[in-house]
Design a protein around this ligand. Sequence first.
Ligand code: ADP
Ligand code: MG
Length: 245
Amino acid sequence: MNSLPLISLDHVSKSYGANPVLRDCSLKVAPGEIVVVCGPSGSGKSTLIKTINGLEPYQSGTIMFEGKVVGARSTDLPAVRARIGMVFQSFELYPHMTALKNVMLAQTHVLKRSSEEARARSLELLAKVGLSERAHAYPANLSGGQQQRVAIARALALDPIAMLFDEPTSALDPEMINEVLDVMVSLAREGMTMVVVTHEMGFARRVASRVVFMDEGRIVEDRPSAQFFEAPDTERARAFLSKII
Ligand code: ADP
Ligand code: MG
């Protein structure tokens, strides 16, 4: 890795009560890298990415983003979060707002952009995700794939320098998965740094620099994607791959 990591986890552990969910996880993500995280349900994937932007505290180790320790008192967490876009499985759009308003909201509140400026940027982003025609639709009148593309536009509206995705296509009907993956592929090709929890191995093969495989809270493999798919190191990863491909 040539450049300094944008995101780094150094021996991070986390428990919920007595239940350890992250065990000694270390991971570095360089600017522009696309890291796909996969592994069985309950292995800690969601927890891992939520700790990166400070949505979940951790008990030991260090997480750094842009050289600042996430979770340190001296680090301005809202400022860190504004630099990291997050997209969840369940879209989480505001139901009483149009697609356009959903994309505008944080720009006026967090970045204090004027509403004209926010509107112009939102329309640009909705065009980027292929939804210019649906700008004035409410979430209930959009398909799942369209809602998720609005959620991506909303995350991009704060001009993040990294994006975290947590199973962004898992709640979608199969025919809508590709329209969301295509948007993610074009983001990846533009050089966005991305950590993506997904079991879409076609996406991983196309754009991932590395694949991280988790099991029982541990990072069991972290390898260039071609190597991971050709010959996973561990029996657990082989068994996992044989079930999902
Ligand atoms: P994954 O995303 O890989 O399915 P998660 O990170 O969601 O895994 O969960 C990892 C483990 O942590 C699971 O055993 C889960 O039950 C537990 N867990 C997740 N969130 C919470 C929570 N808020 N409180 C207690 N336990 C949790
Ligand atoms: Mg999860």
